[in-house]
Design a protein around this ligand. Structure first.
Ligand code: SF4
Length: 227
């Protein structure tokens, strides 16, 4: 078993945040009408992708009826459709759709993780819950040794990425990089790119368009191509 698989075993049985454990299990029991015939995952979500990835994506948390239902990051909801379509166009994914854990989706040179591994009520984890989940990210950072470009999805994903790499002793900064869509920040051997989160709040309102999202991954590609 690889070290990443060891972490994944710990994550999937984690019950450290009582509020989130109650919520993820309640949602999984009660379901919504359109998914009433499906068995929900109802547990923490694991990091997903290529263990040799040079591109790391850091999101917020699974959605109640998306990842919390399907058991995979960004799978089974509109945010996931946006994300994997963009990754497919940029050559990091073998297909543009992500519907369930066994749909054949594979990521190449890309790994997806999250700030918080359990679905939070109203998509808002508490600071204590983010802190509880941080050690899992720190361990992923240690094990994903080839990562060079980190995309923070949404302000919280971006902050989590910066805080995680700083706490892991991988980067230092006197002035904290500001969040601005597609802004790149070189810190040590890493480049951090901020992106609006592909949540419906952003995609339905046009705050994030597909060309804007594509620019983020094109930028990541360019940076990785320089080696
Ligand atoms: S959010 Fe993270 S720390 Fe909290 S219960 Fe879920 S996996 Fe555990």
């Amino acid at each position: 078993m690889t070290q990443l698989q060891v972490i994944q075993r710990e994550i999937v049985s984690c019950r450290l945040c009582p509020r989130l454990v109650r919520w993820r299990e309640k949602v999984a029991r009660e379901k919504v009408k359109r998914f009433a015939d499906q068995k929900y995952w109802g547990k923490p979500i694991l990091g997903f992708g290529d263990p040799n990835a040079r591109l790391l994506l850091v999101g917020l948390a699974p959605a109640a009826h998306g990842g919390n239902r399907t058991g995979r990051m960004f799978t089974g909801d509109e945010s996931g459709n946006w994300l994997y379509r963009a990754l497919f166009r940029a050559g990091f994914a073998n297909q543009a759709t992500s519907t369930h854990r066994t749909d054949g989706l594979r990521l190449t040179d890309c790994y997806v993780t999250a700030t918080c591994r359990c679905a939070p009520p109203k998509n808002k984890p508490l600071p204590k819950e983010v802190a509880n989940c941080r050690p899992f990210l720190l361990r992923e950072i240690e094990l994903l040794r080839n990562v060079r470009v980190i995309v923070g999805l949404g302000r919280i994903g971006f902050e989590t990425a910066l805080n995680g790499y700083k706490e892991a002793g991988k980067i230092e900064f006197a002035r904290r990089p500001a969040f601005a869509h597609c802004a790149t920040n070189s810190l040590g051997p890493f480049t951090f790119i901020a992106s609006y989160h592909p949540s419906q709040q952003n995609t339905f309102t046009g705050k994030l368009t597909e060309p804007m999202f594509d620019r983020v991954f094109a930028s990541a590609r360019r940076i990785l191509a320089k080696g």
